[in-house]
Design a protein around this ligand. Sequence first.
Ligand code: FMN
Length: 208
Amino acid sequence: MKSFSKEEIKALDKIYRLNLINSVSGYKSANLIGTRGEHGENLAIFSSVVHLGANPALLAFIMRPASVPRNTLTNMKQSKKFTINSVSEEIAEKAHYTSANFAAIVSEFEACKLTPEYLNNFEAPFLKESKLKMAMHLEQIIEIELNDTMLIVGSIENVYVEEKALTDNGQLNLNSIETVAISGLNRYHKVEEVGNFPYARIDRLPKF
Ligand SMILES: Cc1cc2nc3c(=O)[nH]c(=O)nc-3n(C[C@H](O)[C@H](O)[C@H](O)COP(=O)(O)O)c2cc1C
């Protein structure tokens, strides 16, 4: 097995290190974050959205350092509202290109041929093509001093999901809506389910 020590990682070529360390945490979720600000609508791909807690219903994601203009960050600070829209197979390529460094006045919806949609008078745009989308309220921005990134914490105001994805116990069947996963910074994957196991109890372990 090949190994990379802390010192070796530090000495790696910048792009190689970026690709390696962006891959080691495994498959990540693929979401497009929609916002609206004084310069118009914005849509950008994020692979760091995580579940923070169910009650209250909270999600969070990592925002890169604000050393360059971050339109998503600027817009959500202004309006306190944003949307999280899952990425399915048929829009994966368009979703990827929302990461290009578009000027604030350019709408990634237009540039990447994706469709904005407004639901229930919510201020931020949703992605019409998305089959699972959330209206979010910005709750907290936690600064990570180590590398100047930020953990953006939002509460869920509304969930919209295609009915075929809903199962009896509330868990979503993400395969039924062709949700993709991301590895590294540019690979998009179909996901195959390998198991659906019951709640793990020490008195009910299977015979391995
Ligand atoms: C696959 C992929 C995942 C990304 N994930 C994140 C992320 O989790 N956090 C982040 O700050 N930027 C992430 N980016 C970069 C943003 O998409 C990119 O900086 C984008 O231009 C931000 O747009 P904005 O300036 O309009 O907000 C990712 C890019 C790609 C291609």
